[in-house]
Ligand binder design. Structure first.
Ligand code: SR1
Ligand code: MG
Length: 426
């Protein structure tokens, strides 16, 4: 393992990792045989942690290790390894709410900041599949369902206040991870920050205009304030297409190290943003000019998936609320009789409308930061011709600005997909 990465980025040595796993009887038995029979491969490509696959004669495990720094930056960017604990706890909480939608958490080593998860055979990171032009029927339904179950179950609609407050308190200490999001998503992108990256010089003019745009500054700051102050539900916290694995048996959501309580729209809008990135990137990959070319089949599917994700999220969330709204918000004593029931049902719709409004804004913020911030996604950086990349990024940037600044004009998910289509055409 250590041979393949520069010294400052070295993760746990393979032999040491095997010894740690062998010391936990449940894990040793899952792998089977002796440690000498186990094969350890580093398989992660994320920015933050090391990820290993450990294969034994009887089975395979996935191991994540949180070093005391950001993986892609090494010692120059220290980061608390305690994030592993929050990730593990979020997997437990979300796993309870949405069984089967996540890899099962199996073991947490709090001293070494190692977490051991079910290895999901035959699954691939969604972002890679999308960059290869693939479609995944059912993706929107699966992610919409995950969002509805996890966000509802950890909200005041489902939890008694005492339980909710205890859970909030636990995740409040994921401070350093939240600070990365606060800075990276809502602030640095709009300043002359040394880690920002974009397709230069092609987009220099656009980036300068965004930075000088006070309407964008207000919108980003409002969203930052919402992220800082809302404790609506336990978020995944970084739900992009690199945080979802897909395979024959459906999809699994992983990588919960940014988990915290926050506004539901942060997760919903974040995921939609990455479907839009894939939509615009498809033009760059094909080297076509979005203005003139018809959408390809994947692009049509991506916009259908945006709509399915929101529609399924909304419907499932409403059903869960109707069937098991046993939290302390909206006390039943206030909504007796036919009038009360009708008023509560109308309020449910209004609640989801507010989540949609948040999702639009957070979608715009996530899009923008992936276009001109530090963490640029492979869908875009993989487009080798900078002129083609810049052309599709321009469309995505127009959409991002519109979602940030004119968010009130996007009232339905169809408005969102129409806006993407229009901005693609320039
Ligand atoms: C330190 S880099 C952090 C970024 O990478 C992750 O994927 C998150 O999106 C975060 O913004
Ligand atoms: Mg991640």
């Amino acid at each position: 393992v250590t041979d393949t990465v520069p010294p400052q980025r070295a993760g746990t040595d393979a032999t040491a990792l095997a010894a740690h796993l062998a010391a936990v009887p449940g894990l040793r038995d899952r792998l089977g045989g002796r440690t000498a029979d186990w094969r350890v491969d580093e398989i992660g490509d994320g920015n933050v942690n090391f990820v290993y696959r450990v294969r034994g004669p009887a089975g395979t495990l996935c191991v994540k290790q949180a070093p005391p720094y950001v993986r892609v930056a090494g010692d120059s960017w220290p980061l608390t390894p305690e994030r592993a604990v929050h990730e593990y706890r979020a997997l437990e909480e979300h796993g309870r709410a949405a069984p089967g939608a996540l890899p099962a958490p199996l073991h947490l080593d709090r001293t070494r900041h190692l977490l051991v998860l079910e290895y999901v055979e035959g699954h691939t990171v969604l972002r890679h599949r999308l960059a290869g032009g693939h479609r995944h029927p059912g993706l929107g339904e699966q992610v919409g369902d995950y969002l509805a179950r996890t966000l509802f179950a950890t909200s005041d609609l489902a939890l008694p206040a005492a339980d909710k407050r205890a859970l909030v308190a636990e995740f409040e200490t994921n401070t350093e991870m939240c600070k990365i999001m606060e800075d990276m998503v809502f602030t640095e992108v709009y300043t002359d920050f040394h880690r920002n990256r974009w397709t230069t010089p092609h987009l220099d003019g656009e980036v300068a205009r965004i930075r000088a745009d006070t309407r964008v500054a207000v919108a980003a700051s409002r969203l930052k304030n919402r992220y800082l102050t809302s404790r609506e539900a336990l978020l995944h916290g970084d739900l992009h297409t690199g945080s979802v694995m897909v395979g024959e048996s459906g999809s699994r959501v992983f990588d919960h190290e940014f988990a915290c309580f926050g506004p539901m729209g942060f997760d919903v809008g974040g995921f939609l943003a990455h479907l839009f990135i894939a939509y615009f990137a498809a033009d760059g990959r094909r080297g076509v000019d979005g203005d003139a070319s018809p959408e390809d089949v994947q692009q049509v599917w991506l916009l259908e998936t945006v709509e399915a994700t929101w529609n399924v999220f909304r419907e499932r969330f409403l059903s869960l609320w109707r069937a098991s709204g046993r939290g302390d918000a909206y006390p039943p004593a206030l909504f007796g009789g036919a009038d009360g029931a009708a008023a509560l049902e109308a309020e449910r719709g209004a609640y989801l409308d507010r989540v949609f409004g948040d999702s639009v804004g957070f979608c715009g913020a996530e899009l923008m930061r992936r276009l001109i911030g530090f963490a640029r996604p492979d869908d875009l950086t993989g487009i080798t011709d900078p002129a083609a990349r810049a052309a599709c990024e321009r469309g995505a940037m127009r959409l991002a600005r519109s979602l940030l600044v004119d968010h009130a004009e996007h009232r339905t998910v169809r408005d969102l997909t129409d806006a993407a289509r229009n901005q693609r055409r320039g």
